[in-house]
Design a protein around this ligand. Sequence first.
Ligand code: UD1
Length: 421
Amino acid sequence: MEKIVIEGGYRLQGEIPISGAKNAALPLMCAGLLTRDGLTLHNLPLLADIKTLTQLLTELGCKIVNGHTVTILTPNITSTTAPYDMVRKMRASILVLGPLLAREGEAIVSLPGGCAIGNRPIDLHLKAFEDIGATIELKDGYVRASGKLKGGTVHFPTVSVGATENILMAACLADGTTIIENAAQEPEISDLAHCLVAMGAKISGIGTSRLEVEGVPELHAAEYTVMPDRIEAGSYAAAAAMTGGELELLGHNLKEVMTGSLDMLKQAGLVFTETDRGLLCRLGPEGRIIGINAVTQPYPGFPTDMQAQLMAMMTLCDGASVITETIFENRFMHVPELCRMGADITVNGSTATIRGTNKLLGAPVMATDLRASMSLVLAGLAAQDITEVMRIYHLDRGYERLVQKLKVCGAKISRAPADGV
Ligand code: UD1
């Protein structure tokens, strides 16, 4: 076990290359199951979640070598079962269900169970598969989906990123046309759809809430580059603000993919300037963080995956801020830890009120999920003295080379052994 040790109070200045998006890379890798030819993906982030999915896909019959560029080759699917051990480690494993079902007529995937940030059921995925002809059985903690998929209309009562991705992949190989209504519009879904089109899928309405997919008998080889990670970019923008620094975030189309967080970060006092290579970010001329009122929403609203980081930033705002979480019911677990560092936050149901303070104090803190961990790192960068963040395996799931990226910009941050925590 390791921890991250931060000596706070240093201004960050420099360049941060933004990695490929974890939440785009995971479904894109699953799309590799849809063709017997190879799918080559560039700009994959090297993260624990990517390794876990590589392991699962290998068990299902894919041949993959780890790296920033991978080719996923699946001449034959050798197993249609995603076991509990894998799905438990990473909820996104559920995304193999659609491709397996579409290609093999059967998929057996463990139910993911609860997770730290809330209940997170998969009912929307299952109902959508039924809508296009699958039979679903639940037994011994597993979902068994089977049947020949035929087109149909799927109307999601609630917007779901994962369910939209799962059904989109499956519909590509279904007989006939599938209409997906109230589809999630996150840029990671458009990334997946563009990759599927490169593989020969027929999809229209990409980027909108109504996707139309005309099934084809098979998909073929393709090469695709994973989009930049808008959440990683937003997290480092918050680091620039909280340390009074200036960071150039390197990546293509950052401004477009960060819609939602960018508006909120601007309201909070950050100024973004487009450069040849990305986005330069720093606080405005007054050099202060401004209190905001933020509500998490599906894209293009403010993303739930930026909520914890924005809250860390708001601990240092002028005045007060209110942040409401509408996507997940238990996503304020960073609050008590931030309070241990001197933050003044009260939670009432799904709303947190943050009264700005002029200093945070270093402390040992414990991370409970990926984005909560990042909020504690951000607080540590701005706090006086030493902060130790335990349970950093959460961070390794989603932030590539976090310590190195921050170090070259002047942060005093390192990894150290932790005693069994
Ligand atoms: C994805 C992202 C995650 C992000 C989330 C919301 C990946 C790998 N993960 O997760 O980082 O926080 O989108 O932007 O891309 N729901 C149901 N039934 C379902 C499915 C979802 O009730 O069958 C509910 C969830 O409990 C939640 C809401 O719908 O309240 C949104 O969840 P969803 O968009 O599906 O999140 P994920 O795809 O799991």
